[in-house]
Ligand binder design. Structure first.
Ligand code: MOS
Length: 703
């Protein structure tokens, strides 16, 4: 049922057609250069040194022996690094994370905190010197374990209100025929992007240039300009190809330390994080402890809904994993209460990670709905259909479109849900117990101001310049299709250049808002350019360029709830002798706005669903409570789903054109992971009759 509504410019309909990546050939032939491999003359290499203790102070750093080693150029640390300006509010609405604004003091707030940068002529020399640098610490007792009843926990807002509430919860629970009160936990999870963070900083004629791997070149530029008290126009950040980000690629220690060293040495300096370093320096998803209370009438209609989530943050930066937020969209109830709480521990700062809040939050609420369905004797798909909200349950605003019911019905039809026997633990295939499960999904669909430059070239082609980021999503290709339609031409005549802060302010690749935000600005510039061309058919050698700023036009979005929706279905096989869980098939049907490029959109959705399998069964960053450090912070110890773990996954969509968007887009970056882990966990219950409320569902938990 893949359908695509024609856009406003149906005459030229590149949008909606499947296209391989415009830079695909460069990527598979190695011609595409990533931040850590672009050559620079006179390049020096920095290696970060991280604290080995979890809380305390740096007592001494013995630099002399290291400075005598071959090739070593300098050692930067809190005793000699320049003072940064950190008293500002950045794009995320917070001051910079002190873990990124490095070397400003001797305090150590967590294990893996950056204490020094060793710079040498070669990466090998830098590493050798960094590993032999002797740092001594005054150690203090630490606390790194998230506990549900920690009295230091407090309600925290982050990017949404900390708490919402309406109605009398206890009264509605007392009046409910079916009730549920359960706790769900999810572990610390790591982004594990393929390309670790890398940046090269160089001063070029009074201008700072940083070649980096990030989710927003303009974002990193403004943060670096603020930190180093530079005029934004004297900083340029480029980020052309990015090997994954998932929320982790913003301002980090690598860029800041590279700029410090390039300034001190007056030569280009590159800093690349190792995989192990990313475990403490690149953010992560906080573990969560969530309590869900539900009360329903005999037919499953919700009278009471409470979703409370606790997450951790560091002692130096507040980040909220807003897991209770998804319940504010998916379900209404007469009494409806949600809250996000946070507790400060001696741990690294968590950050945005694909579907921040929705990924762990949907595990809890969608597993709870499955339990409610069981207790009420109502089919899980039917239960969700009966609880479809008319409008935003908390906001009261109408939905721009809410096609969750269409996703549920289409998904159930294609998955063969109607044949399902709801009783658990009955189906066998040899040594395997079989079960199926499902869950709903929702993720916000917004747009943020962006600027675009669109040029009509003298040869009849077009060049689009926008500080967008393609973190592997296919954004560059999607924008090519969007620009082609907006310019009433073919994709072959459009060149899209991205990843350069000199192209002007633009939304980051984040919040599933990148493509839509950039498309808005490109569409505006293109339509103005077409008007200009109609009046001036002769194009001068330098071309005709129009610059747009979408800020004013975005006001139209304010008056409605905007979300993508989805329905996830999974079939699992469980071996109760070994504890092994295999996902046999998975289907996701999404309502995610107009689909720009079916090929890369499907990749995004399947990628998210794959991550949901991984979240359900494998991923767990484990910290030793005695040392405060991770066990095995690498991809040997941190299990992610590999090809052998992933069956055929089908992702498809229903027609869902956002009526207020010039192209009809919502966004596909994050919705694929939402609900996916719950669908797997619900299927494990159906197979075995045992509820697993703590992720991941490891073999030892099955046994
Ligand atoms: Mo995404 S977690 O908004 O990069």
């Amino acid at each position: 049922m893949t359908t695509t509504t024609p856009g406003p410019r149906a005459l030229h309909a590149a949008v909606g057609t499947a296209r391989t990546r415009v830079e695909g050939r460069e990527k598979v032939t190695g011609a595409a250069r990533y931040a850590g491999e672009i050559p620079f003359a006179g390049l020096a290499h920095g290696w970060l040194v991280l604290s080995t203790v979890t809380r305390g102070r740096v007592a001494s750093i013995d630099t002399a022996p290291v400075l005598a080693l071959p090739g070593v150029l300098t050692v930067l640390h809190h005793g000699n690094a320049p003072r940064l300006h950190t008293d500002y509010i950045g794009m995320l609405g917070t001051p910079p994370d002190p873990a990124a604004a490095v070397f400003q003091g001797d305090r150590v707030p967590f294990a893996g905190w950056p204490v020094a940068l060793v710079v040498a002529e070669t990466p090998e020399q830098a590493r050798e010197a960094a590993e032999s640098l002797v740092v001594t610490y005054e150690q203090e007792p630490h606390s790194t374990v998230l506990t549900t009843d920690d009295p230091a926990a407090y309600a925290a807002a982050g990017h949404m209100p900390a708490e919402t509430g309406k109605g009398d919860l206890e009264a509605e629970l007392a009046a409910s025929a079916v009730v549920l009160d359960e706790e769900y936990t999810t572990p610390e999870e790591q982004h594990s992007m393929m390309e670790p963070h890398a940046a090269t900083a160089v001063w070029d004629g009074g201008r700072l240039e940083v070649v980096d791997s990030n989710q927003g070149a303009g974002w990193v530029r403004s943060e670096l300009a603020a930190l180093f008290s530079l005029d934004a126009s004297s900083v340029r950040v480029r980020s052309e190809h990015i090997g994954g980000g998932f929320g982790s690629k913003g301002l980090r220690a690598h860029q800041v330390s590279a700029v410090m060293a390039a300034t001190a040495l007056q030569r280009p300096v590159r800093v690349v994080m190792t995989r192990r370093q990313t475990f403490s320096l690149a953010g992560y998803r906080s573990p969560t402890a969530q309590r869900v209370r539900l009360g329903a009438d005999p037919d499953g209609r919700l009278r009471a809904l409470e979703h409370r989530s606790l997450n951790q943050t560091s002692t130096v930066y507040e980040f909220v994993e807003p897991s209770a937020g998804v319940a504010r969209v998916l379900y209404d109830a007469d009494a409806h209460h949600t809250a996000n709480h946070v507790v400060r521990l001696d741990v690294p700062s968590p950050t945005w990670m694909r579907a921040p809040g929705e990924a762990p939050g949907s595990f809890a609420i969608e597993a709870a709905l499955d339990e409610l369905a069981e207790r009420a004797g109502v089919d899980p798909v039917e239960l969700r259909l009966r609880n479809e909200p008319e409008a935003g349950p908390v906001s009261g605003l109408p939905f721009s479109t809410n096609n969750l019911a269409a996703c549920l019905r289409e998904g159930a039809r294609r998955f063969g849900w109607a044949d399902r026997d709801p009783r658990p633990g009955l189906r066998r295939d040899g040594r395997w117990l079989l079960g199926t499960g499902m869950a709903s999904a929702s993720f916000g669909a917004g747009a943020m101001p962006s600027t675009a430059l669109v040029t009509a070239e003298a040869d009849g082609s077009y060049t689009v310049r926008i500080a967008a980021a393609d973190i592997g999503t296919g954004a560059r290709t999607a924008l090519t299709l969007i620009a082609a339609d907006a310019l009433e031409t073919t994709p072959e005549r459009v060149r899209v250049r991205i990843g350069d802060s000199d192209f002007g302010p633009a939304m980051i690749a984040g919040g599933s808002m990148g493509t839509r935000s950039w498309a808005w600005a490109i569409t505006e510039a293109a339509s103005e350019l077409l008007e200009r061309l109609a009046g001036a058919p002769d194009i001068p050698p330098e071309g005709i360029t129009v610059r747009s700023d979408s800020t004013a036009a975005l006001g139209a979005l304010a008056q409605k709830e905007r979300h993508s929706f989805g329905a996830q279905f999974a079939e699992v096989a469980v071996d109760t002798a070994t504890g092994e869980v295999r996902v046999r098939r998975m289907l996701g049907i999404f309502a995610a706005g107009r689909i720009v490029n079916p090929l890369t959109a499907r990749n995004q959705l399947v990628g998210g669903m794959t991550w949901g399998i991984s979240m359900a069964l494998h991923e767990e960053a484990v910290r030793d409570r005695n040392t405060g450090r991770h066990y095995s912070p690498d991809l040997a110890g941190y299990h992610v789903a590999t090809h052998a773990d992933v069956p055929d996954i089908e992702a498809d969509w229903v027609d869902d054109h956002d009526p207020d968007d010039p192209v009809g887009i919502k966004g596909v970056g994050e919705i694929g992971i939402v609900g996916a882990a719950a669908a797997v966990a619900n299927a494990v219950w159906h197979a075995t009759g045992v509820r697993h409320r703590n992720l991941p569902i490891r073999p030892d938990r099955i046994l």
